[in-house]
Design a binder for this molecule. Structure first.
Ligand SMILES: [Zn+2]
Length: 376
């Protein structure tokens, strides 16, 4: 595949600020019915890449909506690992060329759709069915190897044209996935902060805008206020105001906040955590939640009390043990530290972090968690 222009990650540097966003963000109950009309603004033929597990639940509705809007639709199920050949494999399965990709499902199916969109160009619509991450809003997608180790983060030239967030569908998704989305989103303010203060590059390798910074802050404030109440109704099908607010924070604000505001140590740690025994099985957002606690410890500050209250209320992990991992060996921790510090975001800190500082921070956080459980 040859690009006629520079790849996006070679276009900017920190001498400019860059803000990216999807063309339209649409959220509400039964929002799925808008898919066809949105697609029709982009072209007349689309491919739906949908998580195989939810095909029966949703594909018929998307087909109906596209048909009513005069958009021809082919449907491809996606399941399994998201690897370097995913985009190509999906393209091979298509029976005719299209100008729009509609990606529906959780993080993996959305990213599979992005991988296909990268190959065929044209329009992109994301239709998340769980609020487990902010992939629907962002231009990034991640590829993994067979052992679910992160291989590569890739970047589309633009964010999706439409992000259609149906809160009726999301309200029925598993609680554990919502919790992961919450964990991923609460870190964004502190990561954007660290990136801003260190003058580091965002996901555009540019400087952060003030706007992205305040979006990350509003994301945090919204989740502190509404997150626990939203979590308590997830899975019941109830769409409350707390739930709508939290979904907007987790998908829209978290996505804009990290992409244009930048990441820092917590997301860098997600490269290291899979090297701990059992670490690769922990959901990304749960990893980020724990990594945020390590971020505070590395900076020498305590996590804000309202954040600890939220963690306690919903069951986000304040320790490795709470994340379901056993006490790692010193060499496991060193491997984690090396993998973490090799990530670009790890430099987005007010001072340089080394492996010893990181390992010590992890050990101190474990000790504090033990002391806390004894007190309780
Ligand atoms: Zn994340």
């Amino acid at each position: 595949m040859r690009l006629k222009h520079k790849p996006i990650m070679e276009m900017f540097d920190t001498s400019v600020t860059v803000f990216g966003a999807p063309g339209r963000y649409i959220q509400g109950q039964n929002a799925w019915r808008l898919v066809g009309d949105c697609a029709a603004t982009l072209g007349s033929s689309a491919v739906l890449v949908i998580d195989g597990a939810i095909r029966d639940m949703l594909a018929g509705q998307v087909e109906e909506s596209c048909k009513a809007a005069g958009v021809a639709l082919e449907t491809l199920s996606f399941s399994g690992e998201l690897g370097r050949t995913t985009g190509q494999d999906l393209q091979t399965r298509m029976t005719s060329p299209v100008s729009i990709v509609i990606a529906a499902g959780g993080g993996r199916a959305i990213d599979a759709g992005k991988a296909l969109a990268e190959r065929i160009g044209g329009g992109l619509i994301t239709l998340p069915t769980v609020a487990s991450n902010d992939a629907p809003t962002s231009k990034n997608f991640v590829l993994y190897d067979d052992a679910h180790r992160l291989l590569e983060v890739r970047h589309l030239m633009r964010n999706p044209d439409f992000v259609i967030v149906d809160t009726t569908i999301l309200s029925m998704a598993p609680k554990a996935l919502f919790l992961a989305g919450l964990g991923d989103a609460v870190a964004k303010k502190f990561e954007a902060d660290a990136c801003f203060r260190s003058g580091g590059g965002t996901m555009f390798l540019a400087s952060s805008t003030r706007l992205a910074h305040s979006i990350a802050e509003t994301c945090y404030d919204t989740l502190v206020r509404h997150g626990a109440a939203a979590w308590s109704v997830v899975g019941t099908g109830a769409v409350t105001e707390d739930f709508e607010a939290s979904v907007e924070a987790m998908i829209l604000m978290a996505g804009l906040g990290f992409e244009s505001g930048g990441l820092s140590l917590p997301h860098a740690l997600t490269r290291g955590i899979p090297l701990l025994p059992g670490g690769g099985e922990v959901l990304h957002g749960i990893q980020v939640a724990w990594a945020l606690i390590i971020h505070f410890e590395t900076l020498g500050i305590e996590p804000p009390p309202e954040l600890v209250r939220l963690y306690d209320a919903v069951g986000l992990p304040l320790s490795l043990r709470a994340m379901g991992l056993s006490q790692p060996s010193h060499s496991d921790l060193l491997a984690l530290a090396d993998a973490t510090l090799a990530v670009r975001h790890a430099k987005n800190m007010p001072f340089e972090v080394d492996a010893e500082m990181l390992v010590n921070a992890i050990l101190r956080v474990e000790e504090k968690a033990v002391a806390r459980s004894v007190e309780a």
